[in-house]
Ligand binder design. Structure first.
Ligand SMILES: NC(=O)C1=CN([C@@H]2O[C@H](COP(=O)(O)OP(=O)(O)OC[C@H]3O[C@@H](n4cnc5c(N)ncnc54)[C@H](OP(=O)(O)O)[C@@H]3O)[C@@H](O)[C@H]2O)C=CC1
Ligand SMILES: O=C1O[C@H](COP(=O)(O)O)[C@@H](O)[C@H](O)[C@H]1O
Length: 595
């Protein structure tokens, strides 16, 4: 791929924060990481977006300052000192001159722009970033797909999907108009270099003489990922800036197909150009997991087998595969949710403290967790499939009623698994995962059940069920984000009665800002070259190595899923599985969880 050299200025083509100041770095003289000079930040600052730092101040560059005195921070305080050409490993950059504001541009091409994900998530997220002032000053958005559309019809399609945050709807219509003017469309074939060459010409027209950074978002079915990587890299790579490619899941169906996909992508792209997205990593409360652990004294000392009895990772949706049965049947819930979203959360939850918040340090720790895990065993897994159900006169369909699903499909729409991390911190602690569609509630949460208090003086007040008195930390990822800790408390009064209460950080009460969608965070990260929340290829290999034997076994033995009614709590087998490890699923319990 034709990649031009990258300057620090280009790397920070979108704003990055310099010690809490959101700086537009311009011309200059940064030469290496040590002893290098960063451009000085002038006092001519203006208030800027709240995309990374609510108190950020945008600065103009006017001179030099030593790097030590200009620690560069990106989102959430990650230190970032420089960036490289393509994937922008922040450690290996050199610096050019020129003002970022005026001389660089970012072109974002949504490949598969006519599709569901593009409409539902990607364009709305790009608009939200634009609205918040998080996109660079010069940017262009292109839709690319086979469908015949004009710029106008793309704009019309997108306009129906754009919304403003409830708390920030000022000038919304105006902003939408401005945004739409910067959206264009090119119809072409995914495997055609000619089509991408034509796209490149159109991009160049928008980019002008600026340093042109290009981001391609592959929002297309996986069977054409490599075709698009090939044609876009050969015919539409940036000549003088970075080129990055966001790849949507699924990253294969098993170890072998995943390795093949990786090989295919790496024929045309370097690893640091590939951004494998797992949108759960972009969710606010998943992002907060590390903050909770590593910036509070009270949790980390308890974060081990010594105090934690079990950990539960729960995903449920209150709707079926509606509309996506064709895709889903080829994958099933284990590949759709467990092998990626839940496993990624588990890795973040269980990792050792990383050396720093640098992407590679964090991903090194995550991969260690994955490699310390025991390969999943079919005896520790329960699979289910939803069946039709009538409630209150309403008929809910079975999975097999979906016209895109083969009539005799045994694809699981529900799975529960007990997994183990065989390392010093987690030896013997069951991590229970549960994921299902068409269940009674939509939710995603992490539950940490602590051990019973030894020699508890108040034991008698709890009756025989000690589980009820066990502390539980719940991180509710969605909906209605919250972190709460169940504690035992004395009921006020002269007697000595205990009950359970929640210490509750309920986001809607605590913060008056709408929580950004995961895709906003991830798109911004990809633009900024921040790779922390994207999956590295060794992580992916380790994840598939854990699940592939199980998936093969389920298929080989044609294990029939246990049927559960649409809208129920899922198969009873999940309870037996938990009971085998002396665990009760926390999401079936008390009124405290409806908080
Ligand atoms: N939708 C969702 O909620 C989620 C989707 N994903 C992943 O994101 C990617 C995109 O998803 P989604 O938008 O739902 O996908 P779509 O099925 O809607 O496909 C996107 C576009 O790709 C083109 N396309 C579809 N099928 C083919 C085909 N067989 N050959 C060539 N082109 C085809 C179509 O555009 P045209 O015909 O105009 O070329 C279509 O509009 C997929 O990898 C999916 O797994 C991940 C998480 C959630
Ligand atoms: O990746 C996927 O995620 C969605 C659920 O995402 P959420 O952000 O709405 O919780 C799921 O419906 C889909 O099957 C899966 O492919």
């Amino acid at each position: 791929m034709d990649q031009g050299a990258m300057s620090l200025a280009q790397a920070v083509s979108s704003s990055i924060c310099v010690r809490g100041l959101d700086a537009h770095l311009g011309s200059t003289q940064v030469a290496s990481q040590t002893g290098l000079a960063l451009p000085a930040v002038s006092v001519a600052m203006r208030r800027t977006s709240q995309c990374r730092n609510p108190f950020a101040v945008r600065a103009t560059v006017t001179g030099n300052m030593p790097i030590e005195s200009a620690q560069v921070l990106t989102n959430n305080g990650l230190s970032k000192t420089a960036a490289s050409t393509n994937g922008a490993s922040p450690k290996s950059a050199h610096v050019n001159s020129g003002s970022v504001d005026t001389e660089t541009t970012v072109s974002i091409t949504v490949v598969g722009a006519s599709g569901d994900l593009a409409k539902k998530k990607i364009f709305p997220a790009l608009f939200a970033l634009y609205y918040e002032g998080c996109l660079p000053k010069h940017f262009t958005i292109f839709g690319f797909a086979r469908s015949k559309m004009t710029d106008e019809s793309l704009r019309e399609m997108i306009s129906g999907t754009l919304t403003c945050r409830i708390d920030q709807s000022e000038n919304c219509g105006e902003k939408q108009e401005e945004f739409l003017k910067r959206c264009f469309y090119h119809a072409g074939q995914y495997s055609s270099e000619e089509s991408f060459g034509q796209l490149s010409d159109k991009l160049r027209k928008q980019e002008g003489s600026r340093v042109a950074n290009r981001l391609f978002y592959l929002s297309i079915p996986p069977n054409i990922f490599v075709d698009v990587a090939r044609s876009s890299s050969l015919a539409a790579s940036s000549a003088n800036g970075w080129t990055r490619v966001i790849v949507e899941k699924p990253f294969g169906r098993d170890s072998e197909s995943s390795a093949e996909l990786t090989r295919g992508l790496k024929t045309y792209l370097k690893e640091d150009q590939i951004y494998r997205i797992d949108h759960y990593l972009g969710k606010e409360l998943v992002e907060n997991l590390s903050v909770l652990r590593f910036s509070n004294l009270v949790f980390e000392p308890l974060w081990s087998r010594q105090y934690i009895r079990n950990v539960q990772l729960i995903f449920s949706e209150d709707f079926g595969t509606e509309g996506r049965g064709g895709y889903f049947d080829n994958y099933g819930i284990i590949r759709d949710i467990m092998q990626n979203h839940l496993l990624q959360i588990l890795a973040l939850f269980a990792m050792e403290p990383p050396v720093s918040l640098d992407a590679e340090d964090i991903r090194n720790e995550k991969v260690k967790v994955l490699r310390s895990m025991r390969v999943l065993d079919v005896d520790n897994v329960v699979v289910g499939q939803y069946k039709g159900h009538t409630r209150g006169g309403v008929k809910y369909p079975a999975y097999l009623d979906d016209k895109t699903v083969p009539k005799n499909s045994i694809t699981p729409t529900f799975a529960a698994a007990a997994v183990f991390i065989d390392n010093a911190r987690w030896d013997g602690v069951p991590f229970l995962m549960k994921a299902g569609k068409a269940l009674h509630k939509k939710r995603a949460e992490i539950r940490v059940q602590f051990r019973h208090v030894p020699g508890n003086l108040y034991k008698r007040s709890f009756g025989t069920d000690l589980d009820l008195a066990t502390n539980e930390l719940v991180i509710r990822v969605q909906p209605d984000e919250a972190i709460y800790l169940k504690i035992n408390n004395k009921v006020p009064g002269l007697g000595m009665r205990l009950d359970r209460s929640n210490l509750n950080l309920h986001y809607a009460d605590r913060y008056d800002r709408e929580i950004p969608d995961a895709y906003e965070r991830l798109l911004l990260d990809a633009i900024e070259g921040e790779r922390r929340l994207f999956i590295r290829s060794d992580e992916l290999d380790a994840a598939w190595a854990l699940f592939t034997p199980l998936l093969n076994e389920l298929e080989k033995r044609k294990i029939s899923p246990e049927l559960y009614p649409y809208g129920s709590r899922g198969p009873v087998g999940a309870h037996y599985l938990a009971a085998k490890y002396n665990v009760r699923w926390g999401d079936n319990s008390s009124e405290l969880d409806s908080a």
